[in-house]
Design a protein. Structure first.
Lengths: 317, 231
């Protein structure tokens, strides 16, 4: 079973589970930036929640399906059609062999996930199929998808249809994703205090244009570190809020480097990472302080919502 | 083994063990000794053990814990219960040793002469000082397989370029401040480049993808000098 990329889109890459266990060698985690939409897309397609998918950024690719496929598109609100027939997100869709799937622009949000029943058949590198775009390995030759790339998926499901068949049932991504307002992002305290502790939590932050899978560059009030001495490099992780000397924080995402020398001023909780992945340049966000108990509560609630979705999707076959 | 370090939290699923605040060989040896001890007793929920110069991060799989437990508190208790293991000085028995052959200067080391001028030394003296000592891999970071080597002669210290080069060749050996390191891949970089090796520093398809691992010991060999003396 295979498909051919006709046009790669702005920045499309194969992303699956996080690459774990190699940070001591300077290898970051990579993987789906919005792990929630990624998991739902896989569940709708009938996959395990962490099968390899195509992550789409802002403007999607065009794909030719050599074989019939069951697919799902989740995440950003994205224009999608198969041979002229509009396709909704958050649903199971069967498409016939020979279909041309066009993924257009994201109207709201920044990242969408295309899952295919069976999961993309991608060779794992260091335990994961995910593309490490900075280091140049994983996925398809360690790079973004380009016209001419062929992707295979494991067979096993062969929908019989002459045109796209859209399931009537759909998943509501709220409250995990909500594109209607600036998101509220919960922050755990970190080791380096600000001169004015409240400054992070007053006012809104705007996402800068230099943002990417490595991190969001935030623009807003100029922050000052209480102890401005120079630091040596220490481990950092996705979710870490760093403060460079210019006073404008950088919020690290899935492609975060493994070590950094800037002060750490906070850590965004896991449950809010999907919302971060959906922010685009010019969008705003707000931070609120949070403690470990709330972080755990929100993580468990999100996991339970995903578990309920998995049961509902499986039960309806 | 809790007396050797302070424990800080990094968000909801990582701990930071702090052995100090500066780059010094003794502190770094304790980091690597602790990392090795933890690796020997590694529980399944310990996803990553990430050494740095004076700190060691532990990434924890919080999903592996009971929903009603506090994973980071449980991980701290596990740390406190550990057998302290062998003292840190013993890691030298385990540390792998490497000899890295280098071409110094010329097209391979475009900054070698400027560094010699900066240091007030001859090019030959710079090479002699750079090859004289055994370095320790303090940590890997910046890019996969990029080693930050500790132990360089202080006379070779030089700040990095104010504006980074847009293209540094894979295998280039550079100096930044008091550290020396090797670029595993070709790309932009700001270190003062004094030489280059043909050794492959990182190959993601290999079972041990990085040539140099945290705590390893490294010597540089001036291959051009060796060839001259043997001819």
């Amino acid at each position: 079973m295979s498909l051919t990329i006709l046009a790669g889109g702005l920045l499309s890459s194969v992303q699956g589970r996080t690459r774990i266990g190699w940070r001591h060698l300077g290898v970051g985690g990579s993987g789906a930036l919005d792990a929630f939409s990624f998991a739902v897309a896989n569940l709708l397609a009938g996959n395990v929640a962490d099968a390899a998918t195509i992550e789409i950024t802002l403007a999607g690719p065009r794909l030719h399906f050599d074989d019939a496929a069951r697919i799902a598109i989740c995440g950003a609100e994205i224009d999608a059609n198969v041979d002229g027939q509009a396709l909704p997100s958050w649903r199971r869709i069967d498409i016939p062999a020979g279909s041309e799937l066009r993924l257009g622009t994201c109207r709201r949000g920044a990242r969408a996930y295309l899952a295919i029943a069976g999961g993309l058949d991608i060779e794992c590198v260091l335990g994961s199929p995910s593309t490490d775009l900075r280091a140049g390995f994983g996925g398809v030759a360690g790079r973004t998808l380009q016209a001419g790339d062929r992707l295979d998926w494991a067979g096993g499901f062969h929908p019989q249809c002459e045109r796209a068949v859209i399931d009537t049932r759909w998943i509501d991504p709220a409250p995990d994703l909500d594109f209607s307002a600036a998101p509220i992002i919960h922050v755990l305290p970190a080791g380096d205090a600000l001169a004015n502790a409240e400054a992070l939590f007053t006012g809104t932050w705007k996402v800068g244009t230099a943002s990417n899978r490595q991190g969001l560059r935030l623009e807003g009030a100029q922050l000052q570190i209480a102890d401005p001495r120079e630091r040596i490099s220490e481990p950092v992780f996705p979710g870490t809020l760093q403060l460079p000397p210019d006073g404008q924080p950088i919020l690290l995402l899935a492609d975060a480097q493994t070590h950094g020398g800037y002060p750490r001023i906070g850590h965004v909780i896991h449950a809010d990472w999907p919302r971060l992945a959906q922010l685009r340049a010019g969008d705003s966000l707000r931070f609120v302080p949070c403690d470990a108990r709330q972080a755990q509560q929100k993580r468990l609630e999100q996991r339970q919502r995903l578990a309920r979705m998995a049961i509902a999707i499986a039960a309806k076959g | 083994m809790s007396s050797a370090f302070n424990v800080e939290t990094l968000g909801e699923d990582a701990l930071l063990l702090r052995f100090g605040h500066a780059i010094d060989p003794q502190t770094n040896r304790r980091v690597h000794a602790c990392a090795a001890a933890l690796a020997r007793q590694r529980p399944p929920w310990l996803l990553d053990i990430v050494p740095a110069f004076s700190t060691l991060a532990l990434a924890i799989d919080v999903e592996a814990f009971n929903d009603s437990s506090e994973p980071l508190a449980d991980a701290r208790r596990w740390l406190e219960s550990l057998d302290p293991g062998r003292p840190g000085a013993d890691i030298d028995e385990d540390a792998r040793r490497h000899e890295i052959p280098l071409h110094y200067g010329g097209e391979h080391g475009p900054d070698l002469e400027a560094l010699a001028r900066h240091a007030g030394l001859s090019v030959a003296q710079v090479i002699a000082l750079h090859t004289a000592v055994e370095y320790r891999v303090g940590m890997l970071g910046f890019a996969p397989g990029f080693p930050y080597l500790i132990g360089m002669d202080e006379r070779l210290s030089m700040p990095r370029h104010a504006t980074p080069r847009t293209r540094v060749q894979a295998g280039s050996v550079g100096i930044a401040g008091a550290q020396t390191g090797i670029y595993p891949g070709t790309g932009p970089g700001g270190w003062q480049i004094i030489g280059r090796t043909d050794a492959i520093l990182f190959d993601a398809t290999q079972e041990r993808p990085a040539l140099l691992e945290p705590g390893d010991r490294v010597r540089f060999i001036d291959i051009d000098a060796r060839q001259e003396s043997s001819s």
